[in-house]
Every structure is written in structure tokens, then in C-alpha cells.
Design a protein around this ligand. Structure first.
Ligand code: PGA
Length: 250
């Protein structure tokens, strides 16, 4: 049984006072023995601050780590995986479509970042997903298979790596794929994971769905076969909606 993971991606939101209010509201409801895992990924300005608040039952993650394999050095503006770990986080996202789109991150870069995270002792959430053009051209399955093959490192296992399927056209748009489309993609990702890592690891690895997950559609999406949780952007910025999604886990 794969334990579901409910993950919040705060993106570039929250000054310190806002982060405190949101984090405390999220953490106050959490317990150590919940039927799902919970993760919040604040932006770097408040990551250390949030990680220092009492957060029993909730994992803390970054949204990105540096590409260089070095833990420190002349890389202006970068934050290494070791630095993220030192801030008190145990997880990180990599390869979010906004990183790919606005920072030109390729699959090779995403793979390197994922390896850096794993080598630093972080659990990594590797984000993949097709664009609207790719879906309309009938290439969604091919694109996510390629991304899975090219981004997942041989270092990955079910404990240190999670995949998040986020169709780019569903992020922040209120549009969601049909449950049949989600099922098709998640099955393809698991099949590709089996080719890269073997079926034993692939069967245990969690594959999240992300893109306009809301309290209203959470139950339906979380019940799709091979959907092992959700990566939530907008709805994770309010403790009530984030928790309403978590509570949709059976
Ligand atoms: P959204 O974002 O829930 O606001 O669509 C999801 C994501 O980008 O992780």
C-alpha cells in the first residue's frame, strides 16, 4: 500500500508574517500518525523559519536546489541541496514546470538536481507534465515517458523519490484532465519507472497528481488508480482548503 502524500507548493508567496500564519494554521491540525503524509514547500526566504516552527507530522521541503554538485562555492544566487538540508528541510521539489518554462531547465538539469538532492539526504519530488500543445498533438504519454526516463536517476528509490505529474495547462488554470486521462498517464509513468528502476521499486514509488487540485475535485482525483497524492499550488495557500484536500484521502 502506498501511503498518500498531500504536498503544498507555496511558490513565490508569503512574507515572514504570512508564512507564520499559514504554517501555524496548517501545523496546528497535524498529528504524527495521520493516514497520509503531508509536505509543505515554502519559498526560500522563509524555509528555515518555517522549519523551526513545531511541525510534528508535516514534512518541510524546498521548491528547488542548485544544479552544481558542489555544496558551496561561486554560484551566485544558488542554494545547494546541502544548504536546504541545513535549513531543516528534508524534501525538495525539482523540475517544476515554472522552473522549466522560466529558467530553461532541461530534463538533464532536473536529473542532476534530483541526484544532488538525494545525495544530500533529501527526498525529492520530480515534477513532469506535458504542455497544451503536446497534449493537443496527442503526445502527452510520449512526453511524460521521456521526462520520467530522462529525469529519474538510478539513485532513486521509493523512499527518496516521488514523481508529480502536473499537466502544464492545468496548473493555476482551474482546468483538470479527465480521470481517464490521469489514469492513463499515471499508468504510463509507473510502467516507465519499472523500466528505469525495476518493478519492485516502481510499484512502491508514489506518483502525485498536480494542477488545479481543489477541495471540490480532490476526492475524485485521489481515487484514480495510481494516484498516490496531490501536489497543490493555489489551494495550499489557505490552511482550510489545503486540509480539506488532505481530508479527501480515504
Ligand atoms: P495549482 O498549482 O494547484 O495552483 O494549479 C500546482 C503546482 O504548480 O504545483
Amino acid at each position: 500500500m502506498r501511503k498518500k502524500l498531500i504536498a503544498g507548493n507555496w511558490k513565490m508567496n508569503s512574507l515572514k508574517s504570512e508564512a507564520k500564519a499559514l504554517a501555524e494554521a496548517v501545523f496546528s491540525k497535524a498529528k504524527t500518525d495521520m493516514p497520509f503524509d503531508m509536505l509543505v514547500c515554502p519559498p526560500m526566504n522563509v524555509l528555515g523559519f518555517v522549519a523551526e516552527l513545531p511541525h510534528d507530522g508535516v514534512f518541510i521541503g524546498a521548491q528547488d536546489v542548485a544544479e552544481t554538485q558542489k555544496a558551496s562555492g561561486a554560484f551566485t544566487g544558488d542554494i545547494s541541496a546541502q544548504m536546504v538540508k541545513d535549513l531543516g528541510a528534508d524534501w525538495t521539489l525539482v523540475g517544476h514546470s515554472e522552473r522549466r518554462q522560466y529558467h530553461g531547465e532541461t530534463n538533464a538539469i532536473v536529473k542532476q538536481k534530483a541526484e544532488n538532492a538525494i545525495n544530500a539526504g533529501l527526498t525529492v519530488v520530480i515534477c513532469i507534465g506535458e504542455t497544451l500543445n503536446e497534449r493537443e498533438a496527442g503526445k502527452a504519454v510520449e512526453v511524460v515517458r521521456n521526462q520520467t526516463r530522462e529525469c529519474v536517476s538510478a539513485l532513486a528509490n521509493a523512499e527518496n523519490c516521488v514523481i508529480a505529474y502536473e499537466p502544464v495547462w492545468a496548473i493555476g488554470t482551474g482546468k483538470v484532465p479527465t480521470t481517464a486521462d490521469v489514469a492513463e498517464i499515471h499508468a504510463a509513468v509507473r510502467d516507465e519507472l519499472a523500466k528505469v528502476l525495476g518493478s519492485e521499486i516502481a510499484d512502491k514509488m508514489r506518483i502525485l497528481y498536480g494542477g488545479s487540485v481543489k477541495p471540490e475535485n480532490a476526492k475524485e482525483l485521489l481515487n484514480v488508480e495510481n494516484v498516490d497524492g496531490a501536489l497543490i499550488g493555489g489551494a495550499s495557500l489557505k490552511a482550510d482548503s489545503f486540509w480539506a484536500i488532505a481530508e479527501a484521502v480515504k
